[in-house]
Design a protein around this ligand. Structure first.
Ligand SMILES: CC(C)(COP(=O)(O)OP(=O)(O)OC[C@H]1O[C@@H](n2cnc3c(N)ncnc32)[C@H](O)[C@@H]1OP(=O)(O)O)[C@@H](O)C(=O)NCCC(=O)NCCS
Length: 227
């Protein structure tokens, strides 16, 4: 029978892990695994909001000096101003596939962003969750830097984006999905004029599959190492 070895930087160390530690580690990993699964399969209640006409869009006043502008190829990498966890390539890809994005800027620094995906095909299903048709849009990836929250930055970006989508891009309906517990998001959305369209339950199956896959890979790797 083989031993489980500590592995560091791809090379195994001399000392094998004792059987007690292997049991402890195994229990810990199995518990963590189940905790993660329970967290992920928790059915979330989502609210789907809808806006159907430019007349419904309220104009919003940001309560501190700030401006909002469209994201384009020359400012796309400014997302790094406040989010170093995002690869600007992700935003470039959004631009390439025709998404429309908005930045909020304070003192020349990006402090918030949001995006819209426009359906140009007959219809498309988003996240297996909602089906949108040609010339309808879904808002996604909205964040405001924590320090500047509660100052109307999000609704202002959203209002600007919705006007752009409906008046310049031929969009007829705009949807936003948010978690029913995300009060800040719901308040921002309602300020702009969106109305509740549907309440839905959401089970993020694809995330569960991803976690099961990575945990199984880990155990298989441990088993191979112990041979
Ligand atoms: C949701 C989010 C984008 C809202 O941005 P925002 O610019 O703060 O929006 P608003 O200024 O309209 O504030 C909305 C509500 O947040 C709450 N709020 C106020 N100050 C706040 C603060 N300092 N921090 C957090 N929330 C605050 C208030 O309830 C406010 O409503 P009110 O203006 O009626 O009092 C922002 O909270 C965020 O980035 N959250 C994390 C990501 C997220 O949830 N994205 C939305 C996915 S749909």
């Amino acid at each position: 029978m083989g031993h489980l070895f500590l592995v560091k930087n791809g090379s195994s160390l001399e000392k094998p892990i004792s059987i007690e530690w292997q049991i402890y580690l195994g229990k810990y990993l199995i518990l963590t695994f189940f905790k993660q699964i329970i967290e992920l399969i928790k059915i979330r209640q989502m609210i789907l909001f809808l806006l159907v006409s430019p007349e419904e869009i309220n104009s919003i006043h940001i309560t501190i000096p700030a401006e909002v502008c469209e994201i384009n190829s020359s400012n796309v990498d400014k997302v790094r101003d406040f989010r170093d966890d995002i690869d600007p390539q992700k935003f470039e890809n959004f631009l390439k596939k025709g998404d429309v994005g908005i930045y909020a800027i304070i003192d020349s620094k990006v402090v918030g962003h949001l995006w819209a995906f426009i359906c140009r095909e007959k219809s498309i299903r988003i996240d297996g969750f909602i089906k949108i048709s040609k010339n309808e849009a879904v808002i996604h990836f909205a964040t405001v830097y924590e320090k500047y929250r509660g100052k109307n930055i999000y609704p202002s970006m959203l209002s600007t984006l919705c006007n752009k989508l409906m008046l310049e891009k031929g969009v007829q309906k705009i949807y936003i999905i948010t978690d029913k517990d995300n009060i800040s998001s719901i308040k921002g959305i309602e300020k702009v004029g969106f109305k509740i369209y549907q309440k839905k339950l959401y089970l993020p199956i694809y995330k569960v599959v991803k976690v099961i896959d990575s945990v199984l890979s880990f155990f298989v790797q441990c088993f191979i190492n112990s041979l």
